[in-house]
Ligand binder design. Structure first.
Ligand SMILES: [Zn+2]
Length: 460
């Protein structure tokens, strides 16, 4: 993309009128949403990581509000990112898997900003985010080019170096195209790299390899990570967990270097100082907690749903925010920052509103309903309640927030009962009518995904 695509005349005239009539363009001039697939919060030094994987993200954190306790609503890519972009829980949108499609007409961050005169562009690098998902709606430019193939399962992907390059092409086209350069830009960039199979470029795995005496793990090719290495992760028949941890860390450090290159390029172009930057992950990754290995999905424990969430807002002091946040909070927060009014209500709260730091979000978490054991959870009052459907009843587990080693459901029945009631009430209050116009895959879309092995592969 060497120049910005030309707009239909009627829309271009509308934007011109908006820009002239409304005086100053909305602030900020550049809103950058960076998301990373499968990135545990504690991989970042800013979140307590001790392996020095993320120097560039840690530098960004030092300039940001860092939300220490932030949750993805589900450990699946498409439903989680759809919740981020719409401010709606997956259950409201009827999203159950990575094959689900956004209901037609669901307002997103991009669609609201486009209506307010912003230029909008997305650069995504996970095959499940190709524009068939409708997350592309609202983006004037949506670059989902993927020229690499993942190891092992042979799906298309785009590595971080190419993702950063593609983002810079968009930035330069915006800056260098006279008829759009005066409009503010919302740019979403999604990096895929920490997602398995863990195959960072040469040298990155080796950097984090450590000697280990751990027991080898089973490598059942049909496994999704329960009790052993998932089939799609197995590389060269390796069964030593340290090999995979080093691969995951290598992918994370490599991604961080490319995020650093992107931010350095903003500085070179004079765009960094005034840029508002939001950073988040779509979900985490289990590294053996609860005997769940190198996978996400299926659980709602912290390792798979606790995510980094940071907001760098020029003019605002950086700092740490201990209040609980959710990815559904990003839509109201970013639209308020951009001076755009949401065209519909959603579930989240504006994290930067006066007094917001004295309020906790009450995240609902779910494994959705498509695969294996169903789990739902709520985070409230310093606890997490998880309900697991064992085929007949919903069995509760209760944890003090941040410590999921001791189940308090039996010793604390009153808290368990109270959170269970709260979970039930919040679920009953969800606006499931949003999903009334649910779309389904066309036959050709389904065939394309089946050719990739996707329909039968829930390991996302
Ligand atoms: Zn993901």
């Amino acid at each position: 993309m060497s120049s910005w695509p030309r707009l239909p005349a009627a829309i271009a005239v509308g934007l011109l009128a908006l820009g002239c009539g409304a005086g100053d363009p909305p602030a900020p001039r550049l809103l950058l949403l960076l998301t990373v697939d499968t990135l545990r919060a504690d991989s970042l030094g800013a979140y307590g990581g001790e392996r020095a994987l993320t120097p560039h993200l840690d530098a960004l954190a030092a300039e940001s509000l860092v939300f220490e306790t932030a949750y993805a609503p589900t450990p699946f890519t498409v439903p989680s990112l759809a919740a981020l972009h719409t401010g709606r829980y997956p259950a409201e949108l009827g999203l159950r898997t990575n094959l689900s499609l956004l209901p037609s007409g669901t307002p997103t961050i991009a669609s609201a900003l486009a209506e307010s005169g912003w230029k909008t562009a997305g650069v995504v690098s996970n095959v499940v985010l190709r524009n068939r998902t409708d997350l592309a709606r609202g983006f004037e430019v949506y670059d989902d080019t993927m020229e690499q193939e993942e190891a092992i399962r042979r799906w298309p992907e785009r590595i971080a170096a190419d993702t950063t390059d593609a983002a810079l092409v968009v930035l330069d086209a915006w800056r260098d195209t006279p008829e759009v350069a005066d409009s503010p830009l919302f740019l979403w960039v999604h990096f895929q790299d920490p997602h398995g199979p863990y195959t960072p470029p040469p040298g990155w795995r080796e950097r984090f390899a450590t000697a280990s005496n751990e027991e080898p793990l089973p490598t059942d090719p049909t496994s999704f990570g329960e009790g052993g290495i998932p089939g799609y992760q197995v590389i060269e028949d390796r069964s030593d967990p340290g090999f995979y941890r080093a691969g995951y860390d290598g992918e994370t450090a490599y991604m961080d270097a490319e995020v650093g290159r992107l931010l350095a390029a903003l500085r070179e172009r004079g765009l960094y100082d005034d840029a508002t930057i939001a950073f988040a992950a779509d979900h985490g990754e289990a590294m053996g907690e609860h005997d769940f290995w190198f996978a996400h999905g299926h659980h709602v424990t912290d390792e798979v749903v606790r995510v980094p969430l940071m907001l760098r807002v020029p003019g605002r002091d950086p700092g740490r925010r201990p209040d609980v946040a959710s990815l559904v909070d990003l839509r109201p927060t970013l639209l308020a920052l951009a001076g755009a009014s949401p065209s519909s209500k959603g579930q989240g709260r504006d994290l930067l509103a006066p007094g917001a730091d004295a309020t906790n979000s009450v995240p609902l978490l779910s494994t959705l309903s498509a695969y294996r054991l169903q789990r739902q959870a709520i985070v409230a009052d310093g606890y997490k309640l998880i309900l697991t459907h064992d085929g007949e009843i919903w069995r509760p587990s209760l944890y003090r927030l941040g410590d999921e080693s001791i189940d308090l459901a039996a010793p604390a029945p009153q808290i368990t009962r109270r959170l269970r009631q709260q979970l039930s009430e919040l679920r009953d209050a969800l606006d499931v009518g949003v999903a009334a116009e649910q779309r389904t895959l066309s036959e050709s879309e389904r065939q394309e995904l089946e050719a990739l092995g996707y329909v039968h592969e829930p390991g996302e």
